[in-house]
Write a protein that binds this ligand. Structure first.
Ligand SMILES: [Zn+2]
Length: 232
């Protein structure tokens, strides 16, 4: 958390999503968020709770009273001072409180010690502008409900290792290159960087314009939708 670089977030609210990160990076961000939601879901199930608001610190599920004063956050992490995103500061503060519970030997906090790992990793990688809009957490990655449901805990664990996230980014970049070539010449072919099988492009029309589904021949390998918007 101390390694969150404020320079990644300066003037972020004046920038468009696509100026900050690539489509592939946002895809990797969405995996980190999904894994964070999954871990929160597992804890919520254990605590017999249905859901938790994104701003709610997990420590409050155990300790009703605050553990730290909010001012401590900027004393411990002065690097967060210049970051103007409420959601980052709030979650970092919640993480600090969780660390306090771990340090105090709370067995539940020790058992779920890595609950914040995916979301802090996202902030450290520089997830662009993240905010709450209506009932959603929104950013370049798309949208997640701001209320985290316990049922998220039923999902399969997402691989958030650097190598898995890198492969995700590479897979999207590779598909974007293929789509660009395909738009010039419909006969061009490409293979999947994961399994080497053929990538298939399906063209679709919507009111917003054409969009393309790029899918690997292998079941559940690569499958994503792209808009031609990026290539204009
Ligand atoms: Zn494949």
């Amino acid at each position: 958390m101390k390694s969150i670089d404020p320079n990644l977030y300066i003037g972020i609210s004046n920038k468009r999503y696509e100026e900050v990160r690539s489509r592939g990076e946002y895809e990797a961000d969405s995996i980190l968020i999904a894994e964070y939601y999954r871990r929160v879901g597992v804890l919520l199930q254990f605590m017999n709770k249905d859901s938790a608001f994104i701003f709610l610190g997990m420590s409050r599920l155990i300790n009703k009273e605050p553990i730290l004063d909010y001012d401590n956050l900027l004393t411990i992490c002065p690097n967060l001072k210049d970051i103007n995103l409420t959601i980052i500061k709030a979650i970092c503060f919640n993480y600090l409180e969780w660390c306090c519970l771990i340090d105090n030997g709370n067995p539940l906090a020790i058992k779920y010690h890595d609950i914040y790992e995916p979301i802090i990793k996202l902030f450290e990688r520089g997830g662009g502008q993240i905010s709450i809009h209506h009932s959603d957490l929104v950013g370049g990655f798309g949208a997640f409900p701001r209320s985290i449901s316990a049922s998220r805990g039923d999902m399969k664990e997402f691989d958030i290792s650097d190598s898995a996230l890198e492969l995700e980014i590479k897979g999207i970049e590779h598909a974007e290159v293929y789509l660009k070539e395909y738009l010039q010449d419909r006969d061009v072919t490409s293979t999947c960087i994961r399994c080497g099988k053929k990538l298939l492009i399906q063209e679709n029309q919507s009111v917003a314009g054409a969009w393309y589904k790029i899918k690997c021949e292998t079941e559940k390998c690569f499958d994503d939708n792209f808009s031609s918007y990026y290539f204009k």
